[in-house]
Structures are given as C-alpha cells and as structure tokens.
Design a protein around this ligand. Structure first.
Ligand SMILES: Nc1ncnc2c1ncn2[C@@H]1O[C@H](COP(=O)(O)OP(=O)(O)OP(=O)(O)O)[C@@H](O)[C@H]1O
Length: 532
C-alpha cells in the first residue's frame, strides 16, 4: 500500500480546478465531455481550456478519449480524488494525506491529518471502479443528464456512510466520529486498533461474544440491521472494545429480507468466535424477539439519503450490478418519453432529429423532382396525342429538306452527340430569334426541356436523330436554341429558390441543435448548484 501523490496539487491553479469541475459536471450526462462543453461550463474560451486540459492530462487528472460519437475528456479517479481533497482543504477539514492503511473492494483508506496535524481517516469510495469501463462500452451518452456510474455510486456510498456514521454516533454506537464528506470522500476519526480478523487472542471471548450480539440487538432496536457484520468490519480497540467501521449494506428492519440479514449477522459472529477462539454459546438473539424502540431507518431517509439512492446502492452491492440504476433510468426515460415529456433533453434523439432536419431539403427535392417528372410525362403524353407536333414535324422536315440544299459542309459535321451535348448545355445565347414566330416549335422546346428535366433523353435523341439524319443539322441546332431567355430565367430562378430553401433548412436544423445543446448545458450548470 502506497502513498497518494498529492504533490501536483500545489502547482495547480484556480483554472485547473475550474476546468476539472467542468469535466466533472459534464460527466453527469456524458461519458466523455467534448471540449466545447467543458469550455462553456467553465466559462473559459476554448484555447485556454485546451491548454488547461493538456496540463490535466499530463498529471493524469483527466484522460482524453475517442468514443463513437464524441471525442472528449473524462475525469480519472485521481482527478476526482483531487477535487474532493481540494474542496476539503478549502473547508480546512483536511491538511495532509499520508499512507494508505486499508484497501477494500470498494474503497481506499488513507491516514490523513487536519491543518493542526491531528490524525484523520480518509476513506475514498470507489464503487463501480472495476466496472465503469463496461458502461462506456454500453453507452457513450448518459441519457437525460444521468450521472456517470462510478461517480454517482461512489458519491452515494460516501453520502450513505457519512449519514449512517453520524446517526449511529448520535445514538451512542461505537463508530468512528464522522468529520465531513465531499463527493466520494468520507473524513472520519482514525481508529487505533486491529480489525477483528487480525486478532489472534482475546482475554474474554464470552464478553466479546456478548458485546457483539448486544450491538446487533441494539441496531435492530433502532430500526436497522447491519447486513455485513463480520470480522473485517469490526476493529478491536483498547480493553477489547469493538468499533464498527463499515456498514455498506445496512437496511431497515422493515426490509422484506430483514430477518435473513439479521440471522446472517448473528451466525457470522457465532461462526467466527467458534472458529477463531473456540467459543460457542447456546444463547443467541432471535429476530422475533426484537422490540423496536427507535426509527433510525426513517430518520436516515429523511436526512436526504432517499429510498431511490438506497436502492441503487443496494443493487450495486448485493447484485454486483453497477449498471442497475442506469437500466432503471433507461426504463424511466422510456416511460417519460412515451408520455411525451422531456424529449428535448435527449441528445441521441436530438442528433437523430438534427439528421432528419438536415436530410429534409433532400427529401423535399426528391418530392419536387417526382412531381416535375410526373408533370412532364403527362405533358409528353398530351403532346404525343396532339397532332400539332406531328404536323410541325412533317412541315419542319420539308423545310429542312429545302434548307439542306443550301447548307454548307461544316454544318453537316454536326452529329447526334453534338446535338445531345448542346441540348444538355441549355445554352441561352444560342436561342435564335427566328423561332419566336413558330408556336409549334415552342411546344417542342417545352417537351425537350421537360425531357431534359426528367433525364428522359432517349426519346429526344431518337427524335433528333430522325431530324438530323433526314433533314440535316441546321434544324437541330435551331430547335436546341429555342430555349428562350424567359425559360432560362425561370429555370434559374427555380433552381436558386430551391438552393435557398436547402441552405435555409440546413441552417435551421443546425441552429436548433445548437440552441438545444446550449439549453442542455445551461440546465447542467444550474443543476450543479449545491452539487458539491
Ligand atoms: N476509521 C478507520 N480507522 C482506522 N482504520 C480504518 C478506518 N476505516 C477503515 N479502516 C481500515 O481500512 C480497511 C478498509 O476499510 P473498509 O472495510 O471500511 O473498506 P471497504 O472497502 O468497505 O472494505 P470491504 O468492502 O472489503 O470490507 C479496514 O479493514 C481498516 O483496516
């Protein structure tokens, strides 16, 4: 067991802690916190935050991570320890940190000292530290600003321990004196003694047995059951007196499994004394004989440690399910979502919404295109039924036959590909004025335009081929050039309008996403008041 390295702390400035707190706050609903969010929570510009985060990364107080959705920073255990220590230092509760004296499944215990150098015990809760990676695999984003599991559970464990320590101490139970709590760190009196598991001999095992059983009964009379009353959580001090140091699973005597927990505690003591000191007694307390005289369980709940908190914590302890509260929250979220509440806070669905909004212009375009396509097809059908086009065609063919006679060689070099290319270019300047007088030609122009708009080139090509082959190239050039300036203007205006709509819709989507994010961040900041 080593020593906690707190030397870096003296070199950290206000901004470092400000940014560290911003990351912590961001982690209430993000597994990794993006730079932009850290910057907005800390109220420091991005450049400054980036520099500070670099320093913090160097000292392993935060870690940079790339996840599926975000690149960002997460608070490390060390960073969280520093935050708690800094807060307690500024409250003048803690003045120094010494050696590690205990390491449990769910905590690290250090010797500490107050500013006057009196000994203290610093217990850092680490509930869920082994499993918080799993949370990341499962979910990058914590829905509806629910906490990161290990931060939340460790804080709960510390809050519970502190509340219980105080309550037990007030009722005269032999527990270390509770000094203060901050985040996941409980500061209490340092007990000088040995855990019962390390005690090899006792002067009076019967007295020890009685003392232990009396403790179990006294707890039950006050309305609580320890739930983990064993040699690892009991310290023997002077005169073979016992001090209870750990009660993570303490439950109310009204708990459905209260009798089971009570009997388990009693049996633990009996087995231990028999095994270690060879002491056995015919007499042991029975659950039904307990007469309730106090209501510590109710008072504890009233002290702020709610049933929900207790439930989350018990699930983590009993079932080893460090994600149980997240699952519950997920169910809650789904229920509230189905009720139509709080939709705006959900970033995942928000992202989907943003994506949908950004896709909208495309959708609109496709619909428009479909409509235009349908209209042009209809137009073509009408045209094909009309005799005007056929009349014009035969007339034009005759005219072209006449014109070909006077055409020069160069004009004849136009082939079908040139025609198609020209048609697709919609060159406005090639529109000759000579066609204005022919209403039939206008009809053809529209049909060509429609065909081009729908991408329906083949009929046009075959038509042109016919014209080109039989009547020469001039007429082809003429018909392509029949796009009037008005038509082109109209088309350009339409395109411009559509582009404008596209841009407007995109901006709208992004803007709404930004404002929602801002709202979210604002809520995180306002919620943070009194969180430490
Ligand atoms: N107030 C205290 N004074 C002195 N030593 C303490 C104190 N609290 C805890 N310790 C030491 O730290 C060790 C671990 O403490 P504790 O049992 O509270 O941690 P834990 O994580 O709950 O352990 P586990 O869950 O494995 O029982 C204890 O065995 C004890 O040696």
């Amino acid at each position: 067991m080593g020593r906690m390295n707190v030397t870096v702390m003296r070199y950290l400035e206000g901004d470092h802690f400000r940014v560290l707190i911003a990351v912590e706050m961001g982690m209430k609903n993000h597994e990794v916190v993006p730079l932009a969010l850290v910057s907005s929570i800390a109220g420091i510009h991005r450049g400054g935050v980036a520099r500070t985060l670099n320093d913090l990364c160097k000292h392993q107080l935060v870690a940079f991570e790339r996840s599926k959705k975000f690149d960002g920073y997460r608070l490390t255990i060390r960073g969280y320890d520093y935050l708690a220590l800094r807060a307690l230092c500024s409250r003048e509760v803690v003045g120094s940190v010494g050696n590690q004296i205990g390491i449990g499944k769910e905590s690290d215990v250090y010797v500490g000292g107050d500013p006057e150098l009196n000994d203290l015990c610093l217990k850092f809760h680490r509930l869920g530290r082994t499993s918080f990676r799993k949370i990341k695999e499962k979910r990058d984003y914590h829905k509806n600003r629910k906490s990161a599991s290990w931060l939340y559970l460790s804080r709960l464990a510390a809050a519970k321990e502190f509340a219980f320590l105080k309550a037990l101490q007030e009722r005269g139970f032999p527990v270390p004196k509770a000094v203060d709590v901050c985040r996941h760190l409980v500061v209490m009196q340092l007990v000088i003694g040995q855990t019962l598991c390390n005690v090899s001999t006792v002067n009076d095992s019967a007295a020890l047995y009685d003392r232990l059983m009396a403790l179990i009964i006294k707890l039950a009379r006050h309305g609580v059951i320890h739930g983990d009353f064993n040699e690892f959580n009991l310290i023997m001090v002077e005169d073979e007196r016992i001090v209870m140091i750990d009660f993570p699973q303490m439950v109310s005597i009204d708990h459905p499994n209260a009798e089971y927990y009570f009997n388990r505690d009693v049996n633990c003591v009996r087995t231990f004394l028999k095994r270690k000191f060879g002491y056995e007694s015919e007499d042991w307390p029975k659950f039904d004989d307990i007469e309730r005289k106090g209501n510590m369980d109710v008072l504890l709940e009233a002290s702020g440690f709610t049933k929900k908190m207790a439930l989350d914590l018990n699930k983590a302890y009993d079932e080893g399910d460090f994600l149980a509260h997240c699952e519950q929250e997920k169910v809650d979220d789904e229920v509230s979502e189905s009720d139509g509440e709080d939709d705006d806070d959900d970033l995942e669905s928000e992202e989907e919404r943003v994506a949908t909004i950004e896709e909208e212009p495309e959708d609109v375009d496709n619909e428009e295109k479909e409509e235009i396509g349908k209209a042009s097809k209809h137009h073509k059908i009408v045209l094909s039924q009309s005799t005007r086009f056929n009349d014009w065609l035969s007339e034009a063919t005759t005219q072209l036959d006449d014109v070909r006679l006077s055409d020069n060689e160069e004009e004849e070099r136009f082939d079908d590909e040139d025609v198609i290319e020209k048609m697709q270019q919609h060159h406005p300047h090639t529109a000759p004025q000579e066609d204005d007088s022919d209403p039939n030609q206008i009809e053809e122009t529209e049909s060509l335009e429609d065909a081009l708009a729908t991408g329906d080139k083949l009929p046009t090509i075959s038509r042109k081929k016919k014209i080109g082959v039989t009547s020469g190239t001039r007429s082809v050039a003429t018909s392509v050039a029949t796009f009037t300036a008005e038509d082109i203007k109209r088309k350009l205006a339409l395109e411009k309008k559509r582009n404008k709509e596209k841009v407007r819709l995109k901006v709208k989507g992004k803007q709404s996403a930004v404002s929602r994010n801002r709202k979210d961040n604002k809520n995180v900041i306002s919620e943070y008041a009194g969180w430490i």
